[in-house]
Design a protein. Structure first.
Length: 456
C-alpha cells in the first residue's frame, strides 16, 4: 500500500465551525442571485416561492441530518445513495452534488467581481473573479482547521452586515412599494421563481462533506445544521422583504449587487455608508465562496477515493492534510464556467444539481429505513415519514419546474449525467463492489467509523 493511501483527514471541527460552514456556505444567497427571481414572479410571487422552498429545506435538513449522523462520510449524498441503491445510485447522487457545488462557486465569484466593480467601476468583473478563485484555492489547501477558523470569523462579519443592512434600510421600507406589481406573471411565475428561491439555502447540505473532520459528529452535526438553518431563514426573509419595499423593486431584477444598490437608493450613492457597506459586503460573498470550494473539494475527494473519479484526485497533502488536487480541479472548473455562461444560467445549473441530490437523498432515507432498520441513527428524522415525504414532493415539483422553464440547461445537465453513466459502464465500474478499504482511508482515527457501507 502506498504512503498516500494512509493519509487521513483530521477531526478538528466543533459546532461553532459547523454553524459557520453551514451559514457561510449559503449566506451569499442573501447577497446575490435571489433578486433574479423577482424578474419572473414579482415580489409576492417570489415570497410564496420562498415560503414553499423554506418548508422544503426545513423538512429536508431534519431528514438529511439523520443520514449525515448515521453515515458520517465526506461523500455526503454519494455515500448515502450508494449504500441504499448501489453503484448507479451513488453515481447519480455524486454527479448531482458535484454540479451543485462546482457551479455554485463561479456564481459567487461573479458576485464578488460585481461588488468590486460597484466600488471601483474600472475593475473588470471576470478578472477579479479569477483572482478570488486563486486566493481561496490556496487558503483551502493550507488546512481544514485554519480554513474553518477563517469561516467562523468571516461568517460572523457577514451576518453582522446583513443585520446592519436591515437596520439601515428598514426605516425606508414602504408596503406600497412591496405590493406594487405583486404577481405580474401569475401563478406560473411562482414555479419559474423556485430555483432562485432555492438559492437562499442552496449548499447548506455541504456540512455533510466535512463530517469526517468533525469531533463527535453524531452530537455536533445536528447542532450545526439546525442553528445554521434558523439563522438563514431569518436573514433571507428580512433581506428579501425589506429590499422589495424601498423603491420600485423592478430596479433590482437583473443586477449582481442588489444590496449595495438598495443602500444607495435609501441613503444616496454618495453617502459614505453606501461605500462602506459595499466593501463589507464582500465578506458575505467570501464566506460562501470559501465554503463552496471546501465542500466541492470534499465531494471530488470522496468520489475519487471510491474510484468514481481519477484516483490522483483522492491524494491528501502530507503537510496540510487536505485534498489539494481535488481543490485545484474544482478551481479549473470554476474558471471555465466564468467564461461560458451568464449568472442566471450557471445558478440554475447549480440548483438543478442540488434538487436531484435532494431527491436521491430522501429516496435513500426511505430505502435505508426499510433495508437497514437496525442502522444506528443518533438523530432520527422527526415526524417520519411526513418530513422526508414533504421534502421529496417539493423537490420533485422544483425539478419539473426547472426543466419546464429552463429546457436547454436541463438538457445539458442530463446529457452530462448520461455521458457519465456511459463511461461508468464502459469502464466496468458498475461491476466493482466497493469495500471499506476503497471507500474510506485505512488507519482512520478511533471513533471515525466509516465502515458503514456494509460492503465487506
Amino acid at each position: 500500500m502506498t504512503e498516500k493511501n494512509t493519509e487521513q483527514l483530521k477531526k478538528v471541527l466543533k459546532p461553532i465551525h459547523l454553524w459557520a460552514i453551514a451559514v457561510g456556505l449559503v449566506i451569499s444567497g442573501e447577497y446575490i442571485g435571489w433578486n433574479l427571481g423577482w424578474a419572473v414572479s414579482g415580489t409576492i410571487g417570489f415570497l410564496i416561492a420562498a415560503l414553499v422552498i423554506t418548508i422544503m429545506y426545513v423538512t429536508f435538513i431534519f431528514s438529511y441530518t439523520e443520514l449525515t449522523t448515521a453515515i458520517p462520510h465526506a461523500g455526503g449524498a454519494f455515500a448515502y445513495a450508494y449504500r441504499a441503491m448501489g453503484p448507479f445510485g451513488g453515481l447519480v447522487a455524486g454527479y448531482a452534488t458535484l454540479v451543485d457545488f462546482l457551479f455554485a462557486t463561479p456564481v459567487i465569484a461573479i458576485g464578488l467581481g460585481s461588488y468590486l466593480h460597484f466600488l471601483y467601476p474600472g475593475v473588470p468583473v471576470i478578472s477579479s473573479a479569477l483572482i478570488f478563485n486563486v486566493i481561496f484555492i490556496v487558503i483551502n489547501i493550507l488546512g481544514i482547521k485554519e480554513s474553518a477558523t477563517f469561516s467562523v470569523f468571516i461568517t460572523i462579519l457577514a451576518v453582522a452586515e446583513l443585520l446592519l443592512f436591515m437596520g439601515v434600510i428598514g426605516p425606508h421600507f414602504k408596503m406600497s412599494n412591496y405590493l406594487a406589481h405583486p404577481m405580474p406573471f401569475g401563478w406560473g411565475g411562482i414555479f419559474a421563481a423556485l430555483p432562485f428561491a432555492v438559492w437562499f439555502y442552496l449548499a447548506i447540505e455541504g456540512v455533510a462533506m466535512v463530517a469526517e473532520e468533525v469531533k463527535e459528529p453524531k452530537r455536533n452535526i445536528p447542532r450545526g445544521y439546525i442553528a445554521g438553518l434558523a439563522t438563514l431563514i431569518f436573514l433571507a426573509f428580512g433581506v428579501m422583504i425589506l429590499t422589495g419595499g424601498i423603491t420600485d423593486w423592478r430596479k433590482f431584477n437583473n443586477i449582481n449587487y442588489p444590496l449595495p444598490e438598495a443602500i444607495s437608493i435609501a441613503l444616496g450613492r454618495s453617502n459614505g455608508l453606501t461605500k462602506i457597506f459595499a466593501s463589507i459586503g464582500l465578506f458575505g460573498l467570501i464566506a460562501s465562496f470559501h465554503g463552496t470550494i471546501l465542500a466541492s473539494s470534499r465531494q471530488v475527494f470522496a468520489m475519487a477515493r471510491s474510484g468514481y473519479l481519477p484516483k490522483p484526485l483522492a491524494q491528501v497533502s502530507h503537510r496540510f492534510k487536505t485534498p489539494h488536487w481535488a481543490i485545484i480541479i474544482g478551481g479549473v472548473i470554476s474558471f471555465t464556467a466564468l467564461f461560458t455562461g451568464t449568472t442566471d444560467q450557471i445558478l440554475i445549473l447549480s440548483v438543478l444539481g442540488a434538487i436531484v441530490m435532494y431527491l436521491m437523498s430522501m429516496a435513500s432515507l426511505f430505502i435505508l429505513r426499510k433495508k437497514e432498520p437496525n442502522l444506528e441513527r443518533p438523530f432520527a428524522s422527526p415526524f417520519y415519514p411526513v418530513f422526508p415525504a414533504v421534502a421529496l414532493f417539493i423537490s420533485a415539483v422544483c425539478l419539473f419546474a426547472i426543466m419546464y422553464y429552463n429546457f436547454y440547461i436541463s438538457l445539458l445537465f442530463f446529457a452530462g449525467l448520461i455521458l457519465g453513466i456511459a463511461v461508468f459502464m464502459l469502464m466496468g465500474k458498475h461491476k466493482v463492489r466497493l469495500t471499506e478499504e476503497n471507500m474510506v482511508e485505512p488507519n482512520r482515527e478511533p471513533g471515525l467509523e466509516l465502515g458503514f457501507l456494509g460492503l465487506d
